[in-house]
Design a protein around this ligand. Structure first.
Ligand SMILES: Cc1cc2nc3c(=O)[nH]c(=O)nc-3n(C[C@H](O)[C@H](O)[C@H](O)COP(=O)(O)OP(=O)(O)OC[C@H]3O[C@@H](n4cnc5c(N)ncnc54)[C@H](O)[C@@H]3O)c2cc1C
Ligand code: FES
Length: 156
């Protein structure tokens, strides 16, 4: 499973920190929490730096549906507003498919489990990867981590 946001959004890329720097506050992690901290620090005129080990918004933040709300508040067109609308009809053929899949996942005794929070992984034949339906972690066929929020490979 891929995140619609990482597939469709251009996220900014920043240069690697090369030298020591002096700041009053160091924010570690460029997810929603870190970026909001940075925003508040900036507004308060506090000298800070934000460091991210991967790419900005590449953690769990890449999955949040709040981006639709942001688009709506900013008056931007978003094709996902109707798909995820809280007032959409939930009576949909996909609902039955999802229900069966969820029950099947829960009843799966063995199989590969995601090291993040233990969800059952699904084999993705198109990408040749093990994908986690819960928060989007992905692993190669050999169990090496491709995408977070999991932070390590699958256990052998
Ligand atoms: C499918 C889904 C939908 C969601 N929808 C919503 C929603 O609509 N509204 C809502 O409010 N919430 C939603 N959430 C929850 C929300 O997305 C998360 O709670 C939030 O994004 C977490 O943000 P965070 O900054 O704490 O973590 P993350 O986004 O995971 O950020 C942590 C960052 O820290 C970095 N990092 C970790 N260790 C280090 C280190 N040692 N050095 C440097 N960097 C490091 C990671 O690479 C990562 O980028 C959703 C979650 C999911 C999975
Ligand atoms: S359980 Fe969270 S990514 Fe798999």
């Amino acid at each position: 499973m891929k995140s619609v946001w990482t597939e469709t959004w251009e996220l900014p890329c920043f240069e690697r920190l090369q030298n020591d720097i002096n700041v009053d506050v160091l924010v570690i992690g460029g997810g929603m929490a870190g970026i909001l901290c940075g925003y508040m620090l900036e507004k308060s005129g506090i000298h800070y730096a934000l460091v991210e080990k991967n790419r900005i918004c590449s953690g769990i933040t890449k999955n949040t549906t709040a981006k639709i709300l942001t688009d709506m508040v900013m008056g931007r067109e978003t094709p996902y507003a109707s798909v995820f609308s809280p007032s959409r009809s939930i009576i949909h053929p996909q609902l039955a498919v999802n229900t069966f899949e969820a029950i099947g996942n829960l009843l799966t005794l063995s199989g590969k489990r995601c090291p993040h929070m233990g969800c059952a992984l699904k084999w993705n034949p198109q990408e040749n990867s093990w994908d986690c339906p819960c928060h989007g972690s992905r692993f190669t066929s050999h169990g090496e981590l491709i995408d977070n929020p999991a932070s390590g490979d699958l256990k052998k």
